[in-house]
Design a protein around this ligand. Structure first.
Ligand code: OOB
Length: 555
């Protein structure tokens, strides 16, 4: 573990100080479980129970364990070593689960990318994560991931292994071939220690580029166990995974991993749309599902018209972005399922409303933390706690909140306090009953339908355009998306067309959700001393300006 010196106190760069480790073990939060051993245990306990349904496949716990085991042995035989990192860039297909448990069992760390990510993001993950492998689908949603793999290997020679999970693998290695190579091999159920990093998640990228989030077996499995309990998931439950499964929310709150932990059944939907999901709910008798607010709105409208039988749904979880009370109120009458609000972050802390909370708490708050050992501070701009009930910046530390990003001391200086609290960037208030109500974000990121976009990252790409003199990207409230993005542009000479700038962003190889929804051309940013105010103040000013007056040249 790397130790860095900060504010005269020594804190670990990743990982918890030893007195906290002791405390979390003594409290029974961390029980020494690992992902590799977990699946083996469930497969021994109930080998014939159905674990996973999707992509025309049905796998029992026994089959899933066997396939993951073969993948692990095949990966090792192919030259990957424990501790190596492999980018997992897959849609909701069973191979996602088979492959990541194969990686876990081999002690190799997945780096989870979203299907929407493109070469710019993947290259960044490969470099910052020091990845040796890239695992993708051949093609998905009309996008050729093999083409991306070719560019990635040109740009990042460290990527020695390209593995294709489904479809035509040529000229790369098929996951099937890896599995075949490892079939019958008897690797130990786990080579990892519970305190080891199990995988790297991707941060929302509050400032600049996404950072890598190291999560350990101990801390993540704790959240699975408690999330499954809090959400009422047991071996009779059926979890419909509708959101992209690489997101922390459908992965672990309790998500498909929490469902497997509890011995439940996981059903994978290729799309979160009501068209795709309603049929699966009816056919597989799904009991739990998680959605972001804009999708929930689509579901509610479709359900009011649908003839499909959704009566198996017991818990509808909604999170990732703020849910308005008006929409929240419609969930139970329309879907016949209990609403559960989820306010979480890939860095750790997750809050849930409880299934037996009163209606007001469920509709008006974003829940309370999972753990009695989650420590919450709500502070002003100077880190001084605000009076009870007042809004302030949310800081947190606890048994499953990271103490540092992966290999990123510069970011850690800002993102954590000297005593290990993570600065979430969220502005919240605490109710007398200890529930959090999210008020907004302090930082300059855009929460577009649950996808987080860094204003700075997009500005930097816009500034690279020859016709752009300056750019500022801001969030704008949006009835459907929650927030959308608007780029203010000062042209250098001739004004470029908005469509050309959007094309430029796509051409830079960025995820589609990062393309600005709106572009506004302006002559100057501020009547008052340009350059003398911070970017943050400038963005706030532009946002206010946009809300006050209808811009002339919006597109
Ligand atoms: C989840 O994780 P991330 O890492 O994609 O994003 C975290 C951020 C939070 O800091 C907050 O700004 C926002 O997303 N957020 C919410 C929210 N849930 C997340 N804002 C308002 N209301 C909510 N209910 O988004 C995530 C991870 C685990 C579980 C659920 C969501």
């Amino acid at each position: 573990m790397t130790i860095i010196l900060m504010n005269n106190s020594i804190i670990p760069q990743h990982g918890w100080p030893s007195d906290y480790v002791r405390r979390y073990r003594e409290a029974g939060h961390w029980r020494g479980e690992t992902f590799g051993a977990l699946l083996r245990d469930r497969a021994l306990r109930h080998p014939d129970r159905l674990a996973l349904i999707g992509g025309g496949q049905k796998l029992t716990y026994g089959e899933l364990d066997q396939r993951a085991s073969a993948v692990a042995a095949g990966l090792r035989a192919g030259g990957l070593e424990p501790g190596d990192r492999v980018i997992v860039h897959l849609p909701n297909i069973p191979e996602f689960v088979i492959a990541v448990f194969g990686l876990f069992r081999a002690g190799i760390l997945p780096i989870y990318a979203l299907p929407a990510h493109r070469i710019a993001e993947i290259e960044h993950f490969a470099l910052t994560g020091g990845a040796r492998g890239y695992l993708c689908a051949a093609e998905h949603g009309g996008f050729d991931y093999r083409g991306l793999a070719a560019t990635l290997q040109e740009r990042c020679p460290g990527i020695e292994h390209v593995i294709i999970a489904d479809g035509d693998a040529a000229p790369y290695t098929a996951l099937r071939a890896i599995e075949a190579a490892g079939a019958g091999a008897d690797l130990p159920a786990t080579v990892s220690a519970p305190q080891d990093i199990a995988f790297l998640q991707i941060s929302g990228g509050t400032t600049g580029l996404s950072k890598l989030i190291p999560r350990t077996h101990d801390d993540y499995i704790y959240t699975l166990r408690e999330s499954a309990r809090i959400c009422g998931l047991d071996e009779n439950s059926v979890f419909l995974c509708a959101l992209p499964m690489a997101h922390n929310f459908p992965m672990s709150s309790p998500g498909f991993l929490g469902a497997l932990y509890a011995g439940a059944r996981v059903v994978l939907s290729p799309s979160p749309s009501p068209e795709a999901c309603f049929e699966l709910v009816a056919r597989e008798k799904a009991t739990h599902c998680s959605l972001v607010p804009p999708l929930l709105m689509l579901w509610l409208d479709a359900a009011a018209r649908a003839t499909t039988d959704l009566s198996s749904l017991r818990v509808m979880q909604v999170g990732g972005a703020k849910l308005t009370p008006e929409v929240a109120r419609r969930v139970e009458p329309v879907l016949g399922a209990r609403l559960q609000q989820v306010f979480g972050m890939a860095e750790g802390l997750v809050n849930y409303t409880r299934l037996d909370d009163d209606a007001d708490t469920i509709i008006e708050t974003q829940g309370r933390p999972i753990s009695p050992d989650d420590e919450i501070l709500i502070v002003d701009d100077h880190d001084v706690p605000v009076p009870p009930g007042e809004p302030g910046h949310l800081l947190t530390r606890g048994p499953y909140t990271i103490r540092g990003y992966y290999n990123n001391p510069a970011a850690n200086q800002h993102a954590f306090t000297h005593d290990g609290y993570y600065r979430t960037g969220d502005v919240v208030r605490l109710t007398p009953a200890g529930y959090l109500v999210v008020q907004g974000r302090a930082g300059d990121h855009i929460n577009r339908a649950g996808e987080k976009i860094s204003a700075e990252e997009i500005e930097n790409h816009l500034l690279a355009h020859p016709a752009v003199f300056d750019a500022a990207v801001v969030s704008v409230p949006d009835d459907y998306l929650g927030e959308r993005s608007c780029a203010f542009i000062i042209p250098r000479n001739e004004k470029p067309r908005a469509i050309e700038l959007k094309k430029w962003i796509r051409g830079r190889g960025l995820a589609e959700f990062k393309v600005p929804d709106q572009i506004v051309f302006v002559d100057t940013f501020s009547e008052t001393a340009v350059g003398k105010i911070s970017r943050k103040a400038l963005r706030a000013q532009l946002r206010a300006q946009l809300q006050e007056q209808k811009p002339v040249q919006a597109s």
